[in-house]
Design a protein around this ligand. Structure first.
Ligand code: OAD
Length: 246
């Protein structure tokens, strides 16, 4: 059965097909970046309320900077794996639209060659100034004394990542893409964090697109998908992309 066979209503016959791909930490696990909720995941070692909330940052900004400084340094040694590269190949070769909506703050989709990416939880290799709002690429450690490159004020820089209790980025664009897509893929995410965890329900409710989960093991919401494929992302994602492109 073709990957698109179950699409019920793909709109006007001359419309281009469209794929939305939600990714999570599992797609980068085989590149050596930790996931959050697996055994040995980041949230089993670090209290997320301390390092991933605005309140935690207000309480102890030094601890929060240390946490993201270490992750920023670690990320710079990481390489995209075969799953990231397969999605970039899909984007390049598919006769239609492909949008990657990632919860990951790493840059491995970009390094793997993909271009049409929304970082809904922000980007680790960017910083934002709480004083003037400037956002820029930043590869070094930051401390409380680091001045903003634009307004020169210190004490206001923070990682350009979305913390719990904050609004993810580009929600309107994501909703629009979900509304018109024909295929929704969810790769390497446990489905614990909203709004991303709710996308499969939205897709189901609209009854338009086929939904497929590709994950090491079935996630908590696996039964919401039309299909589930389980295994390491570096194996199952390239195989699935081959299936779409043929
Ligand atoms: P999780 O750690 O919650 O889930 C990772 C998922 O990837 C799990 O379902 C694993 O089974 C799966 N997995 C692990 N290794 C894999 C592999 N090699 N191949 C395929 N799948 C694999 O990470 P996320 O769902 O991404 O947000 O977490 C969502 C958000 O929670 C993150 O963006 C982050 C976190 O708190 C913020 O910090 C705002």
């Amino acid at each position: 059965m073709g990957v698109f066979t179950m699409t019920q209503n793909s709109g006007p016959s001359n419309s281009r097909r469209s794929i939305v791909i939600l990714t999570g930490a599992g797609i980068s696990a085989e590149s050596g970046l930790g996931t959050f909720r697996d055994k040995d995941g980041i949230w089993t070692r670090v209290n997320l309320e301390d390092v991933a909330t605005p309140e935690g940052f207000a309480r102890d900004p030094v601890m929060v900077h240390d946490f993201y400084n270490a992750r920023r340094q670690n990320l710079q040694d990481a390489e995209p794996n075969d799953a990231h590269k397969a999605l970039a190949r899909l984007e390049a070769e598919f006769d239609g639209e492909v949008l990657i909506v990632t919860q990951n703050v790493d840059d491995l989709h970009e390094k793997g060659g993909a271009k049409n990416i929304i970082h809904m939880h922000g980007e680790l290799l960017k910083i934002r100034c709480g004083n003037c709002g400037h956002v820029c690429v930043w590869l070094e450690d930051i401390s409380l004394e680091t001045p903003c490159p634009v307004c020169k004020t210190s004490h206001y820089l923070r990682p350009h990542v979305v913390w719990f209790g904050e609004m993810p980025f580009e929600m309107g664009r994501i909703d629009a893409a979900l509304t018109t897509c024909d295929l929704f893929l969810s790769i390497g995410t446990s489905g614990n964090v909203y709004p991303a965890a709710g996308y499969v329900a939205q897709i189901r409710e609209m009854g338009r697109a086929r939904s497929v989960e590709l994950n090491l093991e079935p996630s908590e919401g696996a039964t919401m998908f039309d299909d589930c494929i389980n295994g390491p992302a570096t194996e199952i994602v390239p195989a699935f992309v081959d299936q779409i492109l043929t």
